[in-house]
Design a protein around this ligand. Structure first.
Ligand SMILES: [Zn+2]
Ligand SMILES: [Zn+2]
Length: 371
């Protein structure tokens, strides 16, 4: 038990503020205190105070403290008056204490429950059914329909194969002698010389040196007193003293041993060698605007050989209406089907893209790729 501090209350009838907790009647309107909450003047409830902040508090004289009743007021359930624990009958209406069952704290708890019950919403209104989904479905159907339409095919007979073209090519490489160096000798190479060279460096500890390092730590510098206040429910508060340590930062130095490194070169044998390598050197090409492709002559020298063969086939399509020609790349097997001068049907999508040679019903025969 600590010292007793005088609390205060506000009159709910005439709105007079800051009435001392040892007064049970409002000095302005004469109403007895009932639905009130005690507080400490100038300080929020449950706030901690330091020694220097307690000057404004008013204490019960120390010699009187032991005569003060520390029990909470009781609450008359007939006239809603708060009565001292010392009173056996209500100071407001004279009813016996035995007919009331709440004290100050239970009265506050009860008021809080009533407030919460009032704050509950009556009932949730049924959610309005939104028309948005229908709108979305209609929009989605429109979009799908649009794409189905645009994906549709267009077939036209205003076309003719005006020409064909082929291109063939053979990559040729030459066997060449290279002078190289390396840490190892590849298969097939002949060594022409060798010497010791630095391959890499290792980090090696040479010695240790002392170094002073500054460190810090938190140490207790002293203690401070602070107070908390408990509502006794009778217009007074019980002041409880606490102590807590105050810390400060202390600096100190320690001596550490740190390694000092040196770079040590590591040597290995490096080889010089000669090696023959097949090296891309030239291509042999053939091309023609006819239907008879052939592979070009390579005329290989004794130090040459053939590598990859590539071929490409093209067709020129004439739009007889616009008198415009476009060139497309086609597959080798499709290309053999094409006869220059013959009329054809061309089918595209509605954007004019993705063309192919088709029959008059749009059934694809030869896929045409952009040149
Ligand atoms: Zn009043
Ligand atoms: Zn009463």
């Amino acid at each position: 038990m600590g010292r007793l501090v005088i609390g205060y209350w506000d009159c709910p009838y005439c709105d007079t503020k800051g009435i001392r907790g040892d007064k049970s009647v409002c000095p302005n309107c004469g109403q007895r205190r009932g639905h009130v909450r005690f507080y400490l003047k100038g300080n929020a409830q449950n706030q901690e105070l330091r020694e220097k902040d307690t000057k404004d508090l008013e204490y019960v004289l120390q010699e009187k403290e032991k005569y003060v009743n520390r029990n909470p007021d009781w609450y008359c359930s007939f006239c809603e008056t708060l009565n001292s624990d010392n009173a056996e009958t209500c100071q407001g209406c004279g009813a016996s204490r035995s007919q009331s069952d709440k004290n100050y704290f239970q009265m506050l708890e009860h008021l809080k429950e009533l407030e919460q019950a009032q704050a509950q919403p009556v009932s949730a209104a049924p959610a309005k059914r939104s028309k948005l989904p229908l709108v979305l479905i209609a929009a989605a159907l429109l979009i799908v329909g649009f794409f189905l339409f645009m994906n549709g095919k267009v077939t036209s007979g205003d076309y003719e194969i005006s020409g064909v073209r082929w291109e063939r090519s053979i990559q040729i490489s030459q066997n060449r002698l290279y002078h190289e160096t390396g840490w190892s000798v590849p298969p097939g190479a002949s060594v022409t010389g060798q010497k010791s060279e630095i391959h890499h460096y290792d980090q090696v500890v040479d010695h240790y040196e002392d170094r002073e390092v500054q460190r810090s730590r938190q140490v207790i510098d002293g203690y401070e007193t602070y107070y908390t206040y408990t509502d006794l429910g009778n217009g007074m508060f019980d002041q409880v003293a606490h102590q807590r340590p105050i810390y400060k930062t202390e600096y100190y130095t320690v001596t550490e041993q740190r390694p000092v490194y040196v770079q040590v070169p590591r040597y290995q044998t490096k080889y010089q060698y000669d090696i023959w390598r097949w090296t891309p050197s030239r291509t042999a090409d053939a091309e023609g605007d006819d239907q008879f492709p052939y592979w070009p002559e390579t005329n290989l020298q004794s130090d040459e050989r053939e590598e990859e063969r590539t071929e490409a086939y093209f067709v020129d399509i004439l739009n007889t209406k616009k008198n415009e020609t476009a060139r497309y790349r086609v597959s080798p097997t499709d290309w053999t089907l094409l006869v220059p001068g013959s009329p054809v049907y061309i089918t595209t999508n509605r954007f004019g893209a993705d063309p192919c040679i088709s029959d008059e019903n749009g059934i694809p025969l030869v896929q045409l790729n952009n040149y």
